[in-house]
Design a binder for this molecule. Structure first.
Ligand SMILES: [Zn+2]
Ligand SMILES: [Zn+2]
Length: 229
């Protein structure tokens, strides 16, 4: 993997954040895909056709798109989907294979998401052969558990396996220490102590366990909400 490759660059940048680099790159790619989709839908009939076929998006991606705003773009998409669906309802055409919401058709964003994830996982293993990247990886929080498992299963090189293991153990050891510090300071006897780095450890723990919850912004908003409670 060359240093000027976009996968290398994106993963390298993501290693500075306190979240799984594969999750971050995947979320970023899905975000741009959703962004482009509104534009493509209006301008490209193939995207429109495919979206009609899948009858929109899955639950998660429908709401992800909704949260991105763009009321006009979404009005155009849904007006089109509804106009396309009404005749099928009228004719009673909806057979068992094609349920009303097209459950058997895979959401376009899900397909894109899975492909991106595979690309970045393979990319990460290739990047770890590079010394600079490996050094930076050592200073990172490693991967979320689902991506760690996938990466570990895919790698055949013993040295790279060892790097993955070492970084993961260091990261989890640090995280559990922070969680314990959070618990300690929650005791009324230590309530006067100022919060430190451990203040958002409970959110990072969930992210490392199941995969990052799309974007830091959402983490920050949860944290802010917690502080004002
Ligand atoms: Zn991940
Ligand atoms: Zn989806």
């Amino acid at each position: 993997m060359r240093k000027n490759d976009v996968i290398y660059y994106n993963l390298y940048q993501a290693l500075s954040e306190k979240a799984c680099p594969v999750c971050q790159c995947k979320d970023q790619a899905v975000g741009s895909y959703l962004d482009n989709l509104l534009y493509e839908f209006v301008n490209d009939y193939r995207t429109r056709d495919r979206l009609r076929e899948t009858r929109g998006f899955c639950y998660d991606h429908s709401w992800a798109l909704q949260r991105m705003g763009d009321p006009l773009g979404q009005s155009i998409i849904y007006a089109d989907l509804i106009d396309y669906l009404i005749p099928s309802i009228e004719k009673g055409e909806l057979d068992k294979k094609k349920t009303l919401l097209g459950k058997n058709n895979k959401c376009l964003v899900c397909i894109q998401e899975q492909e991106t994830e595979k690309r970045y996982l393979r990319g990460l293993l290739a990047c770890l052969r590079d010394r600079d990247f490996r050094e930076k990886y050592h200073s990172s929080v490693g991967l979320c558990l689902p991506h760690y498992e996938l990466a570990y299963q895919q790698v055949s090189n013993n040295n790279i396996q060892a790097v993955l293991r070492e970084v993961q153990i260091n990261s989890l050891t640090k995280l559990t220490a922070e969680l314990k510090e959070f618990i300690r300071k929650s005791d009324y006897r230590f309530a006067g102590e100022l919060p430190g780095e451990e203040r958002d450890a409970w959110i990072r723990a969930v992210g490392l366990w199941v995969g990052s919850f799309n974007t830091k912004k959402q983490q920050q908003s949860i944290l802010k909400q917690k502080e004002t409670d």
